[in-house]
Design a protein around this ligand. Structure first.
Ligand code: PMP
Length: 337
């Protein structure tokens, strides 16, 4: 048995029980590990769905150029699909993103333009504005716009949600997901709630992002917006893909807790995943008193740890930010004496 091309291997990712990190949590906690997708992240699912919906709608034509503002994972999915389907890719991203992610996009032949992080989305230098300008100026270009393109959440309604429902035999009680564009939580959450309205859908947000305040007050509060380190989740605007009606609660996690927990997932569970998985588990532990025996929680692990080698998995990077207090490893300390 074989697949006809790499795109056919997207999805059907494993669900793995966490044992050590969750020892103080009364519920059973299962991680849906999206690193087995060809681009090593969940975003392959929505990338191919956005492309195929655009092909059907006549928006993306043979030989066209895909232009997107992406922090890396969506770009990776788009770039892989573009290789197979014969499109060109131009991505704009921010200088906050890890170099590994940017180099990985270039590995698939994509062009990547790095833009400043700390400017307003409307600023002509922002990665949103630059990608819109390129879309206007490059002939036969198509911009998926992962934030507002509902093919994104539909991908998770059609695939991620049903996979979780089947893998848990319909016993899931809580879904816990880091929220960026909102596609994963809204699509999978909507499907699961349709199957069982009692399933709780919890979103993980960052300090510096608008989601939690907006959910709780209905107010878009600009004072919530400031720079933060955690990658892949939180936003300074409200993407169309965030369906606030599906989400029951947002939990905010600090950059430090998210970074340190990302390391603990590798050290305690042997699962090498990215920063938003760390944020999700840190958030889960903050919420543990709301969980009881018999609950079944599914946590999404969006991407692979290899993209964070220069960050959470680099001790100098952690020390520079005051995230790591111990000076040297044990063996190094002994040898220095
Ligand atoms: N984690 C990572 C690493 C991501 O790249 C993303 C996508 N921005 C998310 C979480 C959030 O997923 P979504 O965009 O579907 O809300």
């Amino acid at each position: 048995m074989w697949y006809n091309n790499i795109l056919e291997t997207i999805g059907n990712t494993p669900l793995v029980k966490l044992n050590k990190l969750t020892k103080d949590v009364k519920a059973t906690v299962l991680a849906k590990i999206e690193t087995t997708n060809p681009g090593n992240s969940i975003k392959d699912r929505m990338a191919i769905k956005m492309i195929e919906d655009a092909e059907r709608a006549g928006l993306l034509k043979p030989g066209g150029t895909i232009i997107e503002g992406t922090s890396g994972n969506t770009g990776m999915g788009l770039a892989i699909a573009a290789v197979i389907k014969g499109y060109k890719c131009v991505f704009t991203t921010t200088d906050k993103q890890s170099k590994e992610k940017i180099d990985a996009l270039r590995a698939f032949g994509a062009e990547v333009i790095v833009c400043p992080t700390n400017v307003e989305p409307e600023d002509p230098r922002s990665y949103y504005s630059v990608s819109s300008r390129l879309e206007r100026e490059i002939p036969n270009a198509w911009k998926p716009n992962q934030y507002d393109n509902l093919s994104n959440s539909h991908a998770h309604y059609e695939q991620t949600g049903p996979e979780i429902w089947e893998q848990t035999d319909g016993k899931i009680t809580h879904l816990l997901v880091g929220v960026g564009t909102g596609g994963t939580i809204s699509g999978a959450g909507k499907y699961l709630k349709e199957k069982n309205p009692a399933v709780k859908i919890w979103g993980i947000d960052t300090y510096g992002s608008v989601f939690k305040k907006y959910k709780e007050t209905g107010v878009f509060d600009k004072s919530e917006i400031y720079p933060y380190i955690t990658e892949g989740i939180g936003e300074d605007f409200l993407p169309r893909n965030v369906d606030f009606d599906v989400i029951d609660h947002f939990e905010k996690v600090t950059d430090k807790d998210a970074a340190l927990m990302t390391r603990e997932i590798a050290r305690q569970e042997g699962i090498f995943v990215g920063n938003s998985a760390g944020a999700a588990i840190a958030g889960l532990l903050q919420l543990k008193d709301s969980l009881k025996e018999g609950d079944l929680v599914v946590v999404i692990f969006h991407d692979h740890g290899s993209r964070y080698m220069g960050k959470m998995f680099n001790e100098d990077w952690l020390r520079e930010r005051g995230f790591l207090k111990d000076k040297k490893l044990t063996a190094e300390r002994i040898l220095k004496k």
